[in-house]
Write a protein that binds this ligand. Structure first.
Ligand SMILES: [Zn+2]
Length: 117
């Protein structure tokens, strides 16, 4: 989250639009949200894990939307948007990573239901 970031955040044309997402966790967010991993390299702001990047949020979400539609799971796009900047869950199999997105999605659905009441 930007509140955790110590990096200056330029505006306008100087703003870095890259999006990062976890290689081994469920995190995604703006480039200014990155933290530091165990040996000081840039990493996930929550677990310090390795991050991948794309050039813009639009590129990231377009990919999510295409895959959601291909899978016939149109609620997935809303879930991923909700997950932006949230604390991550590990995707490592020894840490129940196989079900990380399912558990995170259950949190999303519970929050949605609560907000509908
Ligand atoms: Zn993480």
């Amino acid at each position: 989250m930007s509140s955790k970031s110590k990096r200056p955040q330029p505006t306008g044309a100087l703003r870095d639009t890259r999006i990062v997402y976890g290689a081994g966790c469920t995190y995604w967010g703006g480039i200014y949200s990155i933290g530091r991993g165990p040996v000081g390299l840039p990493g996930c702001p929550y677990c310090g894990g390795l991050l991948y990047e794309v050039q813009t949020e639009e590129e990231y979400l377009d990919c999510i939307d295409v895959n959601s539609a291909a899978a016939g799971d149109f609620g997935y796009s809303g879930f991923i948007r909700w997950n932006k900047g949230r604390p991550c869950k590990s995707l490592h199999p020894d840490l129940d990573g196989d079900s990380a997105f399912e558990r995170l999605r259950a949190e999303y659905e519970a929050e949605r239901q609560k907000n509908l009441q």
